[in-house]
Design a protein around this ligand. Structure first.
Ligand code: 13P
Length: 370
């Protein structure tokens, strides 16, 4: 099949993912990363526990009201759910033999799949710089994921800001090109690509420095997408919010994050892109919601043709994991719904600080890997 065969479908999938008041649940932690989350709550990283946790996410009643799509790890895409308690979460007592993907689909949540295969050191780059792997065999994998029901994909490229000249031009160009090759390949197989050039929060740089680096990165990404003929109406952007480094002595307010982020995006992201869905990047649950809210409020004052939503991992799941703790009962799902509601409201610029419960721990992890 060629990209032209999928144009209409790609545009309608992207539009569904960009529904007002919604965002994505990034639940595509690799087996290693979910293991770290489980360790923090005293659970083994067993297949049974991963299955039980992702079943809990998929059966959260009402989740589709605020969550338009979910990003899965390959194991989950092909995994059956765990048996549910006799009283039947979500009224679906027969979920034991149901593929997890089907539980999301039954709620009206579009399933997606992480397709990158992680980052590796960038030969010729500065120390710590990386490039993102996974292009080899991607066409075949994308076709298999589509057959299984996935309709969008994610590829996370990682850049960092450092006083020694990071990111290097090599890192910016290599990661932009990798994102563009991935995006084109996915579109030829019916998957909407989420283009994710993450800029880590590590460092003590100020918000203005982040803004100028991010403008350069996004300009380079959209140039590479153009050279590769990527169909922008059938693509989504997942950037970091424009904020200061985690160790910067002057912390920007949520309003400053909102203004800088909208300015950065307005200067670089084509209006044809239907939605910009931010990663949470180590912000606490409440801070991520407040910044997203401020971004939408700043957008309402100026030029912003895209839906500005979320594609959070840590900032949607942190309380949920803690309240779940591997036990039966609704506490985990209630915590997930609280943050889903908060971020749904923030996507409309209508979130009132503290109006939903959260855990205010910092979720920042130095040199974060997914
Ligand atoms: P965080 O929201 O935890 O940064 O992760 C989102 C994600 O999917 C990173 O690729």
């Amino acid at each position: 099949m060629a990209l032209d065969d999928f144009r209409d479908e790609l545009a309608s999938t992207a539009a569904a993912l960009a529904a007002p008041g919604t965002g994505l649940l990034a639940a595509d932690e690799s087996t290693g990363t979910i293991g770290k989350r489980f360790e923090a709550i005293g659970l083994d990283n067993s297949e049974a526990n991963r299955r039980a946790y992702r079943t809990l996410l998929a059966t959260t009643p009402g989740l589709a009201e605020h969550i338009s799509g979910v990003i899965l790890f390959e194991e989950t895409l092909f995994q059956d759910s765990s048996p549910l308690p006799a009283d039947g979460n979500n009224g679906n007592a027969a979920a034991g033999s149901t593929p997890i993907i089907q539980l999301f689909q039954q709620q009206g949540i579009v399933p997606g799949i992480k397709v990158d295969q992680g980052v590796e050191p960038l030969a010729g780059g500065l120390s710590g710089e990386s490039w993102c792997t996974g292009l080899k065999g991607l066409a075949e994998r994308a076709a298999r994921y589509y057959d299984r029901g996935a309709r969008f994909a994610k590829w996370r490229a990682v850049l960092q800001i450092r006083a020694d000249g990071c990111p290097s031009e090599l890192a910016v160009r290599e990661n932009a090109w990798g994102l563009a090759r991935y995006a084109r390949t996915c579109q030829e197989h019916g998957l909407v690509p989420i283009v994710e050039p993450e800029i880590l929060m590590d460092g003590d740089h100020d918000i203005a420095t982040t803004a100028s680096v991010q403008e350069w990165v996004l300009r380079t990404v959209y140039e590479a997408l153009a050279v590769n003929g990527v169909f922008l109406e059938g693509s989504l952007l997942k950037p970091s919010m424009t904020t200061a480094g985690a160790d910067c002595s002057s912390r920007p307010s949520a309003d400053e994050v909102g203004e800088f982020t909208v300015r950065t995006l307005g200067r670089t992201v084509p209006a044809a892109v239907p939605a910009i869905l931010f990663l949470s990047g180590g912000l606490s649950e409440e801070d991520a919601s407040l910044c997203l809210n401020a971004i939408n409020q700043a957008a309402a004052q100026g030029f912003a043709p895209w839906h500005l939503g979320f594609s959070f991992g840590r900032a949607l799941q942190h309380s949920c994991l803690k309240h779940w703790g591997g036990k039966d009962g609704p506490a985990g799902q209630q915590a997930l719904m609280a943050r889903a509601r908060a971020n749904g409201a923030a996507s409309r610029g209508a979130y009132a600080a503290g109006s939903e419960p959260s855990d205010d721990s910092s979720l920042f992890v130095a040199n974060y890997t997914y």
